[in-house]
Design a protein around this ligand. Sequence first.
Ligand code: GRG
Length: 307
Amino acid sequence: MTETTDKSFQEIMKEKAAAIDEMLSAYIYHGQAVPDTITEAMRYSLLAGGKRLRPILMQETYRMFGGSGTQFIEPFMAAMEMIHTYSLVHDDLPAMDNDEYRRGRKTTWAVYGDAMGILAGDALLNAAYETALEVLGVCETPEQYRRVGWALKVLAHNAGIHGMVGGQVADIEAEQQTEPLTAEQIDYIHRNKTGALIEASMTIGAILAGASTEQGTEITRCALDIGIAFQIQDDILDVVGDSAELGKPVGSDAANGKQTYVTIHGLEHSRAEVERLSNEAIAILQKLPGDHSFLESLVRYLIDRRS
Ligand code: GRG
């Protein structure tokens, strides 16, 4: 019997997200000898109740490849969510998207001011590496050190200019472009801005569990399909979504004259592409060893997500 037969998948995702909230709260600073404002702003943004998709993907990939226990995977799960949250905090700033609502509440800069928004993002990024590095304290064998070193490299690489930051730069530059974006441009932005952290999450889960190089390559391909499908679905939700469910205003792409997959290809084609990429991701999962039923359900759940 699978985990999904007794409860709705949404309930299971909520339970997993709540467990991750508790873990994050333990990892993030509080009551230490630093100015209260920055720790408050960090906790405000990190504990705002996101879906925790990236740590869930990391944990489930780790499990699928036979990883057990929490001491290796949890610090990386927390680090990933801190990096994701920093990117949202900076993306919302007036110098970037100038958004006042996210995850159903005021954005960090809207509450604490621009300067504290910048600093809270910077602090979360540094806290992420500090947290992931804690795993070195539990390594005993050369193989464990090798896996952790490799996982750290993937985290830093995919979060930086070769991944999320690079994608964000291309996205910002594309906003100035009047002629239609090419398929290559859209693909680059999606792969990097959104895909890179999802790819890193699943790849790190595989590395820490000791998956083979071939299995790692396959899971990276699967994660990229999921990442691109997730971004196209995000663009679809900006057109047809509900602002209360999303926790942020809808229609912002159109209002800002932003070119997205949906504005270029239309809703019908975009939905078909989400379906195609998701099926491709599921087909990859089905060829891998281990119990992939949860990840498969998660991919199907993401196709229909409303937030
Ligand atoms: C500032 C370096 C830098 C990067 C910002 C993440 C990002 C890049 C911008 C945010 C805007 C956006 C639409 C990004 C695409 C990825 C995406 C859909 C993020 C939202 O992720 P969810 O839905 O958010 O997992 P929650 O709130 O559930 O964690």
